[in-house]
Design a protein around this ligand. Structure first.
Ligand SMILES: Cc1cc2nc3c(=O)[nH]c(=O)nc-3n(C[C@H](O)[C@H](O)[C@H](O)COP(=O)(O)OP(=O)(O)OC[C@H]3O[C@@H](n4cnc5c(N)ncnc54)[C@H](O)[C@@H]3O)c2cc1C
Length: 423
């Protein structure tokens, strides 16, 4: 059991080989299953209904969608060209979360905790993660619980080369960027970069706007900007130790440089005057005042020389550099952001990024779907993100980075075994 800082559960976070490497062993086993006649793929089959007969779930019905060769970043066709029906001894719903469906995200938004939902968000998941099966499971009697629990990141930037519509990439920030709200007010201490996502989300939503800003220097972006996603980390995805070691080299990684040059949320300028002009032009809201932002940056910069500083962000970044790994590849040498030697200046608009659905289909410990009275529905199981990674929300309201796939794999195994035993 973890007591205090640290944790004792398996985490899939920055995995060797990233997503493709992680999926590979499972893919191999599924393909073996196909060869042995145990598994069948039904592509372009969209489930629309869970069928119940004689008091138990007995199959699914759905639409056959037309073939689609959709380009990257374009939604695949939903044109129906036929229908299908499968009868089954057991049905396991593993249809994922709701993060690709912003309307559903807004409907489920925890207004009591976070106020009104954001008008604009970027998608941290593909559009097929649409939450439709939650409603379909509900129609079959399944109870949906904790639907106001969702995990959003606060550091989303629009992908200049999107894979799916409204594709947002999360910046995994190092500790040095100056972080301010839409009006240029510096974030309070609990909202330092990479510290407390939920508290930062709450603070941003209270600001009355749905975005915030990082202001940083070229030296900070070179050392501290990591971007999530397999395409953004070709060294890890390609399992190249040599390329990973090159992260310690001077200069921004090519993927970060591409975002700096082509990303619509990035403003890169030589002077603070030009930077503020660019920030205001990007939003069209004229909320950033030059003297106000410059004054705060100068106050922050003065503390760089002060070894006894009360600026907790600067104190924290010095602590970070006590760890050799962070010192080499994650934390820039402390410097004044406005120092011309560290130019250009960079401002990054940070959007709210959808990602995980922490609530979902209510199940018991055998992954059997429960109805609103808490009784198991015969023949119906749920696993993965659709079931809040297990049970209908096993993470609670907070979530520990990298523990989601564990819940998917574990609840999938439980559901599979329980369905096989029942059959
Ligand atoms: C960019 C990104 C990074 C992530 N990083 C991490 C990480 O570092 N660590 C971690 O632990 N977790 C991470 N996660 C979360 C984790 O990857 C997901 O929670 C997990 O993959 C969900 O798996 P799943 O099988 O439950 O759902 P999905 O992988 O979403 O699969 C659901 C499937 O059901 C299909 N489907 C949906 N509705 C229907 C229907 N009506 N009919 C037929 N088929 C349907 C979908 O097309 C899809 O193929 C990340 C997620 C994303 C998107």
């Amino acid at each position: 059991m973890a007591n205090g800082h640290g944790n004792s559960v398996p985490r899939f976070h920055i995995t060797w080989g990233t997503g493709p490497g992680l999926v590979a062993p499972f893919e191999r086993r599924v393909r073996e299953g196909v060869e042995r006649g145990l598994v069948g793929f039904c592509l372009r089959h969209q489930v629309d209904e869970i069928i119940t007969s004689d008091g138990r779930v007995s199959g699914v019905r759905g639409s056959l969608l037309e073939e689609s060769n959709a380009e990257r970043a374009v939604k695949s066709s939903r044109e129906v060209v036929g229908e299908f029906f499968f009868s089954a001894g057991a049905v396991i719903v593993s249809s994922g979360g709701i993060g690709g469906n912003h309307d559903l995200e807004r409907k489920n938004w925890p207004r009591d905790r976070l106020g009104e939902p954001p008008k604009n968000m970027v998608s941290g998941v593909p559009h097929h993660v649409d939450g439709r099966m939650l409603g379909i499971t509900n129609q079959a009697g399944g109870s949906i619980i904790n639907s106001d629990r969702m995990w959003h990141y606060t550091e989303g930037v629009k992908n200049w080369d999107p894979i799916w519509p409204q594709h947002g990439i999360r910046v995994l920030p190092g500790p040095s960027s100056f972080w301010c709200d839409a009006e240029g007010y510096r974030m309070p201490v609990s909202c330092l970069p990479g510290y407390d996502t939920l508290s930062t989300l709450s603070h941003i939503m209270q600001s009355g706007y749905d975005y915030s800003w990082f202001v940083l220097s070229q030296s900070i972006i070179e050392k501290e900007f990591a971007l999530s996603g397999s395409e953004q980390n070709p060294d890890l995805t390609g399992k190249s130790v040599l390329k990973v070691l090159q992260r310690a080299k001077k200069g921004a990684p090519a993927q970060v440089e591409a975002f700096k040059q082509k990303g619509e949320d990035f403003i890169v300028r030589d002077t603070i005057e030009e930077l503020v002009e660019g920030m205001n032009a990007l939003t069209g809201e004229n909320l950033i005042r030059l003297d106000h932002l410059r004054g705060q940056l100068e106050a922050r910069d003065r503390e760089i020389e002060n070894t006894y500083t009360k600026d907790l962000q600067i104190a924290a970044l010095r602590v970070t550099r006590n760890y050799i790994g962070d010192r080499l590849i994650r934390t820039a040498k402390p410097h004044r952001i406005l120092d011309p030697k560290h130019r250009p200046l960079i401002a990054v608009r940070l959007n709210i990024l959808t990602r995980k659905t922490l609530g979902g289909i209510h199940t018991d410990l055998s992954s059997r779907v429960l109805d609103t009275s808490g009784n198991a529905i015969e023949g119906l199981y749920a696993a993965g993100e659709a079931a809040g990674f297990g049970g209908g929300g096993m993470h609670g309201y907070n979530a520990l980075e990298g523990t989601f796939l564990g819940g998917c794999i574990f609840s999938g195994r439980i559901a599979g075994r329980a369905a096989a035993e029942a059959g």
